[in-house]
Design a protein around this ligand. Structure first.
Ligand code: FES
Length: 145
């Protein structure tokens, strides 16, 4: 099936159907295995995200991470919370990673969490195992528009 949103063509051969949308409750990280690779998948109010299972800092199991938001850059004595549902916090040392890009919040971790493209086709979720590269951030999207 070709994408309907004008984005680059999907490589259907590398797309993996991982389940019905109801199998992924909002905010709950689901650990799945595809081709011997463990990835985490989470559905938030902002989209559906897939990521690698190991933290780029010291290898914590990111499927045990917490989906959250973070404090935004702000003036002194201002505390502004944002990006709710777009951040994954590591269970070991608490560093935070953007679910759409895998970059650490504030660039405090040198490496990136691997992230993978997802697609919602009807009510079924698909993941493409090709890692998204830096600068190719794309939110989860629906093939239905
Ligand atoms: S292992 Fe993830 S922040 Fe240290």
């Amino acid at each position: 099936m070709a994408p309907t949103d004008g984005s680059a063509a999907w490589d259907d051969a590398s797309m993996h159907q991982i389940g019905h949308i109801d199998d992924f409750p909002i905010g709950l990280v689901i650990k799945i295995t595809i081709e011997d690779r463990i990835i985490g998948v989470v559905r938030t109010l902002q989209g559906i995200y897939a990521f690698g299972s190991l933290c780029p800092h010291q290898g914590a199991p990111m499927c045990s991470g917490i989906v959250t938001g973070t404090m935004l850059a702000s003036q002194r004595n201002q505390y502004i919370y944002g990006l709710d549902g777009l951040i994954l916090q590591c269970p070991w040392h608490g560093y935070e990673f953007h679910l759409d890009s895998g970059r650490s919040v504030g660039g405090v971790v040198r490496g990136r969490l691997p992230v993978y493209e997802t697609q919602l086709r009807g009510q079924e979720i698909y993941v493409q195992l090709t890692r998204l590269r830096a600068g190719s951030d794309r939110p989860a999207k629906s093939a239905d528009g």
